[in-house]
Ligand binder design. Sequence first.
Ligand SMILES: Nc1ncnc2c1ncn2[C@@H]1O[C@H](COP(=O)(O)OP(=O)(O)OP(=O)(O)O)[C@@H](O)[C@H]1O
Length: 295
Amino acid sequence: MKSVHFIVNPIAGKGDSIIDEGLLSHYLEPEHFDVCLKISNYAGHATELTKSSVCEGAQIIVACGGDGTINEVASCLMHSKVQLGIVPLGSGNGLAESLDISRNLKKALQAIKQGKINRIDVAMVNGKPFFSNMGIGFDAKVISNYNASQQRRFWAYLKAVIKSMKDFKYNERIKVEMNGKSYRTNPFMFFVSNSKVMGYDISLTRMASLQDGLLDVVIIDNLSKGEMLLVGLFILLRLNQYLKKIQYFKVKELKVAFEDSYAHHLMQADGELHNLDEAEVVVKIEEKALQVLVP
Ligand SMILES: Nc1ncnc2c1ncn2[C@@H]1O[C@H](COP(=O)(O)OP(=O)(O)OP(=O)(O)O)[C@@H](O)[C@H]1O
């Protein structure tokens, strides 16, 4: 008998999850699976629920939501024997896409039933885990506008991208140290990815692997409005690797120092916005630190 706890974020994606105890017992036979369903009632609640599930002896904890929910659940499962399951209910579902976990509920539950495990790397930013990606600059601005729209749909994301292109200001002068070199930039985007896909099958780092022990770093320097459109088009057409304006690096660790250490800095990690108080950001990788059930 396996003890499986499901933690559902009811506002993830379109907010129309149909997961309930009846449905779960239909797919996960009660003779083999002892199922418990918990609902996240506020931001941060999934972390508390996961911690109590670990204490209750859950062997598998399933994050039902998007990258934000996965972050809350998986952060509690690093270096533990408890396995992470994923039912993608989010808007972007970047990590699920990178792991080939289907948005189809039946198929996602099948992956949990069959029990195939991948050990994946976990990235840490100033000691806090992220599983998909983090960024300073344009992507943080997009998340800020996306949150303000109060919608969690693709068109709202697209509107946030367009608004961010109009509003974007280059006010993050940074010095990046990695692989023994340092780079000074006032970036359009500084992006670090552990996984391949950002969500909605859009990717800046299709060559990234969740199991290579490396972070994929993307630096896009100052762009004109025309260049922003070109870069956006190349990304959508999956041709971004041919653009000289985009620099790629693979590193184990890096340090970012904000040159204006007193300014207010925005960072996104796994699609959640953070106001940085620190003048320095250190990103590291912890190899194969999480067990995930995959198809
Ligand atoms: N009941 C709740 N009410 C409001 N917010 C919640 C609730 N439960 C969880 N949250 C928060 O909802 C946020 C968004 O969740 P999540 O990232 O899973 O969905 P998404 O944004 O639709 O998907 P994705 O990140 O893949 O685009 C998370 O920051 C989480 O902390």
